[in-house]
Ligand binder design. Structure first.
Ligand code: ADP
Ligand code: TRP
Length: 322
């Protein structure tokens, strides 16, 4: 059975880009193999300094994922820190990780250019990520395009380790979701939390309506024809509406006589309706605060049994135990 592993950053409430780009594909895979999904809270310490915020973000991501269909009976769902052995592995791996490998990291440079402080942990981010992946003998790591280099670094580190100490690690295969289109945000650019253009999954009705109505449009008058290919409204609508409704919206765009406000109303309606079952599930989850903690604790226990075997193998290989 193929073992899939991926990590979710606890960035707070998920948005439509995260859902279609990362969460939904992961949920689909829980039926196709053995899935290990964790919330990367050690990694989040790179940027989150407020303990209350970290706790809140971890909880939000966990609830959002469970509400959207991540099924703990199928996937092992845990927090990264629930298996602290990962930090031990990261330390051991650090020793076979050349500085140059990390110095070439795009994501490190990118984070610095966005004003993140250049700490040692930020620099070592890919080593901890390699430890996440190697600790669980993962076969396939489904990630977005932005994580491609991290997977290459993981394979390099595993190869270096195996070259020194024998065949301890399985080399993981990345599965890069090239096919998932970039979800557009309110301003027509890539939807991202950091661009302030995101539509969160679980907004209240009035807040969601307001967001959708704030999608940026040009000043084409109501009566004039409009280009559906250029519109973030159509692009988002396509994610939710059945083909005939999408075709109807496209032809109304081309025909003219319908204003952007009307199209936005149709988009709001379909988003609101599509997430109704998830919203229902989410409010049920919120009535039982202990449930999420139990799921994550059970997940950590399951994950630990595998981690303990790997870490024992690593300790023996490097000479820490005999
Ligand atoms: P953000 O840009 O909001 O900070 P992240 O970088 O934390 O989002 O995204 C986590 C994952 O969600 C990414 O690796 C990617 O797979 C997916 N994702 C985020 N935004 C989008 C988007 N606009 N379109 C498609 N996928 C996205
Ligand atoms: N770096 C990933 C991201 O930003 C999250 C992550 C941490 C991860 N550890 C991982 C993803 C291990 C896959 C495997 O989205």
């Amino acid at each position: 059975m193929v073992r899939y592993l991926t990590g979710f950053q606890p960035t707070g409430s998920l948005h439509l880009g995260n859902y279609f780009g990362a969460l939904r594909p992961a949920i689909e895979l829980q039926d196709k193999g053995e899935a290990f999904y964790f919330i990367a809270d050690y990694h989040a310490l790179n940027t989150v300094r407020d303990p209350a915020v970290l706790r809140e973000h971890v909880r939000e991501v966990a609830i959002d994922a469970l509400a959207c269909g991540l099924d703990p009976a199928k996937a092992c769902f845990f927090r990264q820190s629930g298996v602290p052995a990962v930090t031990e592995l990261a330390w051991v791996l650090s020793n076979v990780t050349p500085m140059g490998l990390l110095e070439r990291s795009h994501s490190y440079k990118d984070k610095l250019s966005h004003g993140v402080a250049p700490s040692h942990a930020l620099f070592a981010y890919p080593v901890l990520m390699a430890a996440d992946i190697l600790l669980y003998d993962s076969d396939v790591v489904p990630v977005g395009k932005d994580q491609k280099q991290h997977l290459e670094i993981t394979r390099d580190i595993a190869t270096k380790f195996n070259d020194s100490y024998g065949n301890v690690f399985k080399l993981p295969e990345p599965s890069i979701r090239e096919e998932v289109a970039t979800i557009l945000g309110l301003d027509g650019q890539k939807m991202s939390k950091s661009y302030g253009n995101a539509i969160e999954l679980f907004l209240a009705e009035a807040a969601l309506r307001k967001k959708v109505m704030s999608i940026v449009t040009d000043s084409t008058p109501v009566e004039a024809p409009k280009d559906p290919a250029q519109s973030a409204i159509v692009s988002l609508y396509r994610l939710f509406a059945p083909a005939d409704k999408v075709a109807a919206m496209e032809s109304d765009f081309r025909a003219g006589g319908v204003g952007y406000g009307e199209f936005k109303k149709r988009l709001f309606a379909v988003i609101w309706e599509s997430f109704a079952p998830m919203r229902q599930r989410r409010s049920e989850l919120q009535t039982d605060p202990g449930y999420v903690d139990r799921v994550l604790a059970e997940g950590a226990l399951r994950a630990s049994t595998i981690a303990q075997q790997t870490i024992a193998r690593v300790r023996r290989a490097v000479g820490i135990t005999s």
